[in-house]
Design a protein around this ligand. Structure first.
Ligand SMILES: [Zn+2]
Length: 782
């Protein structure tokens, strides 16, 4: 910041030396005005701009939080009055003390609120094809640091802004490099043929409770857990053909453990932003559509005392302009972009839509948010303080009489790794966990010493409760009696079922003696015979029509240090696969995408799917003794391409007949099957998400490894319509073909890196399946 005098003097005109130093413009560093058609910056240029700001202005301090997945620097800029920036440790301490009412002296909260700033975290660019998010932070930083209008001054006076110019710097270059290479070609403005986060792709914004990736961990550990922002603004883009920008309120449903004060704050902030944008003549602003507030995977701060304001601006073709006819604009839930209403006050007439428009909308929306935050500084701090007071009241807080006082995790040595993974999640989310030093009895059940206790009466008790309980997703319909209303993301996030361990909820506060446990180190993850192994030659299929599940598969294998080779459709088409591999994994993807590859304009070198040649090669691979693992929807591909004696019983059903958009189901595994060996979870369950369910048509060739219960509702967490369609259907099938096997997983066995409960099924299928492993039993008849 102000220690790099030489750079500051170079950038400041001599005549202005006594006043605030001149602020460099983004164009002076990146070479063009943000929002120029067909221009995107590289990450090093963005970092260069923030370094230049830091050097030029005492109002800016740039920090490097660490390295990204692929090794780029990950930065955050602190911006405020120079006095605020000169005294950052003091403001961090004020926030820390305000966040935990248990340790405040009488009147201390009021004294803190009198002098504290409202802390606003602005994050951008997590989804790297939403390219306005690569540019808008430059405009915001320039005005925040250098603006001399009253609004800019009021923001600096009342707020401390933490700006993360990209939550995914690797992706900025993956998309930028692809885009620059595509300029002037038929595929200009298309999606890149690879994931824009090395492991997670678009799912990088579904990691806000599992905390699997370094980018998520840096933001949580260095920003959320240090600075307790009262307001978070996360900048995104939506499709091109709807409204021009979405601003909350969110549509239903709301995660029930979120403090209602925060949802009222979301509505207040969103409507205030809508008001300002409308007054500025920005049209096509939508509220209460498409985006809900259900999964904690997308909204860390709503479970941590602050509001999260998502904005979603309409996209162009990356940085290339598009033209849209008004008549082609498509409706979403509650809002039709061709029709004004209470959640959509002005229409956009159609026409040209450019990267400049995107940057203009995003900048105006963030500026409106900052201005409101500054205007209502005291109210935001009071609201935060009250949410935290409610947190430590637990079930004595308004509306929480039904809450358990204590969440209990008994000792379970066979599931130690799973409990460890969950504890690391809870502790990273600032949840305090205690271990009892004596046995106790609660609600008629005895627990030994060493049982873990989580009191819900603590600042983030609601976060722990949300992750440890089963979800009951509301039965929402598009209209009374109509089809189910699609959730924005999945409907379940129950750690005990995902990771596989036992918990209990106790109504009263358990009073057994206990002590706070230290931050847990990670128990190493290992799979017998596979970790660091060289005996099994494993391939993972990667499509140029990228699949996030392929990335998650690689992530899980890398965590377990299981060596593998990535193969493309071209590799599969080339055949002779048995010479190279023992097992080939087909990650979750629609059958036609696997068969056909990327569609639309792409270079010839990327075109083509597995096709007929690849299907023939896969069949020869299995006949010769290889194993194919097909995850979730890829099972449909395997059934068809390899002509397996299995049917998907759910094929062709309408969503009014059967619907499960990401839920956890009970399944019964055949204990005698070698493919089900090593399952030690207290409840056998699977992650079901647009999944198939199987019927075996030739039991002499195919064995059922897992089934849904023959009667009753298999739903354990989330949402399910049409439970009877699953009754007795197979969830996992082992098909013997020639000398090899095809293992069909009718679920996602490594869902987003979280379903540790079902990881052993993958390891079993990757190991040599014992001869006689496919047993034919009477129970396996369709
Ligand atoms: Zn996005």
């Amino acid at each position: 910041m102000r220690f790099r005098l030489a750079a500051a003097l170079l950038l400041a005109a001599p005549a202005l030396a006594a006043a605030q130093p001149a602020i460099p413009t983004p164009a002076s560093v990146i070479g063009f005005e943000p929002g120029t058609d067909r221009k995107l910056p590289e990450w090093r240029q963005v970092v260069g701009y923030f370094q230049a700001l830091d050097a030029a202005s005492p109002r800016v301090a740039v920090r490097t939080l660490g390295k990204t997945t692929l090794g780029r620097p990950f930065i955050a800029a602190f911006i405020g009055d120079s006095a605020t920036i000169a005294d950052l440790p003091r403001y961090r301490e004020l926030q820390r003390r305000l966040a935990d009412p248990r340790f405040q002296a009488p009147g201390e909260a009021e004294r803190i609120m009198a002098e504290d700033k409202v802390v606003v975290l602005i994050t951008s660019g997590i989804h790297s094809t939403e390219v306005g998010g690569h540019l808008t932070p430059l405009k915001l930083a320039e005005r925040l640091a250098g603006g001399e209008d009253e609004e800019a001054r009021a923001i600096r006076r009342n707020a401390l802004v933490i700006l993360v110019p990209s939550l995914n710097p690797d992706g900025m270059d993956i998309v930028g490099d692809w885009y620059r290479s595509s300029l002037g070609t038929a595929w200009e403005g298309t999606q890149p043929p690879e994931l824009y986060h090395h492991y997670t792709g678009h799912d990088n914004n579904r990691d806000w409770y599992a905390f699997t990736q370094p980018e998520t961990r840096m933001v949580v550990d260095s920003l959320y857990s240090q600075w307790f922002p009262q307001i978070v603004n996360d900048i995104h883009q939506q499709g091109a053909n709807g409204t021009r920008i979405f601003i909350p309120p969110y549509m239903d449903p709301i995660e029930p453990n979120i403090d209602p004060i925060l949802m009222a704050g979301v509505a207040q902030m969103g409507k205030s932003m809508t008001w300002r944008l409308t007054a500025q003549g920005l049209v096509g602003v939508a509220n209460n559509t498409s985006y809900d507030a259900w999964t904690p995977a997308r909204q860390y701060q709503l479970n941590h005392g602050g509001i999260r304001i998502l904005t979603e601006t309409a996209s162009a073709a990356l940085a290339s302009p598009i033209t849209l006819d008004f008549a082609t604009l498509r409706p979403g839930y509650n809002v039709d972009p061709k029709q004004t209403g209470v959640d959509f006050l002005t229409t956009w007439p159609g026409g040209k839509w450019t990267i400049g428009d995107i940057v203009r909308y995003q900048t105006a929306a963030s500026w409106a948010l900052l201005s409101q935050a500054a205007d209502d500084r005291a109210l935001w701090l009071q609201s935060f303080a009250q949410v935290q007071r409610n947190g430590v009241l637990g079930n004595k807080a308004p509306g929480r009489a039904g809450w358990p006082a204590t969440l209990v995790i008994p000792p379970q040595p066979a599931r130690d790794t799973a409990v460890n993974a969950a504890l690391r999640i809870l502790q990273r989310g600032l949840v305090e966990v205690r271990r009892t030093t004596a046995p106790f009895t609660a609600e008629g059940k005895s627990y030994p010493a060493g049982t873990l206790l989580i009191y819900t009466a603590q600042p983030y008790g609601g976060f722990a409760k949300a992750l440890l309980e089963a979800q009951h997703y509301p039965n929402l319909r598009e209209y009374p009696g109509g089809p189910p209303k699609r959730p924005y993301d999945v409907t379940a996030h129950t750690l005990p079922l995902l990771y596989g361990f036992e918990t209990a909820a106790v109504k009263d506060s358990v009073t057994a003696p206990s002590a706070l446990i230290a931050t847990q180190a990670q128990t190493p993850w290992a799979a017998r015979g596979l970790t660091d192994g060289k005996t099994r030659r494993i391939a993972v299929f990667r499509n140029y029509s990228a699949s996030m599940d392929e990335g998650w598969t690689r992530w899980v294998f890398d965590q377990y240090r299981i060596p593998f080779t990535v193969v493309t459709a071209k590799d599969l088409r080339a055949g002779n696969l048995g010479a190279r591999f023992d097992a080939i994994v087909l990650p979750d993807q629609a059958a036609r995408q696997i068969a056909n590859g990327p569609q639309g304009a792409y270079p010839d070198s990327l075109k083509g799917g597995v096709g007929a040649e690849g299907a023939t090669a896969l069949r020869a691979f299995v006949d010769g003794g290889g194993t194919v693992l097909a995850f979730n929807e890829a099972s449909d591909y395997a059934i068809e391409a390899l002509e397996l004696p299995v049917k998907n019983a759910l094929a062709g059903l309408r969503n009014t007949e059967f619907y499960a958009p990401g839920s956890i189901f009970r399944a019964e595994f055949d204990a005698a099957s070698p493919l089900a060996a090593g399952l030690t979870t207290p409840v056998q369950s699977v992650w079901f998400e647009d999944s198939p369910a199987f019927e075996v048509t030739d039991p002499s060739r195919a064995t059922v490894v897992a089934r849904y219960p023959a009667s009753g509702d298999p739903l354990l967490s989330g949402w399910l319509l049409g439970a009877e369609k699953l009754s007795g259907k197979a969830a996992m099938v082992d098909v013997r073909q020639g000398r090899g096997h095809v293992v069909l997983f009718g679920f996602r066995p490594q869902y987003r890196g979280q379903t540790m409960a079902t990881f052993p099924l993958i390891w079993n299928a990757l190991r040599a399946i014992p001869s006689g492993g496919t047993r034919v039993t009477k129970a396996a008849t369709p």
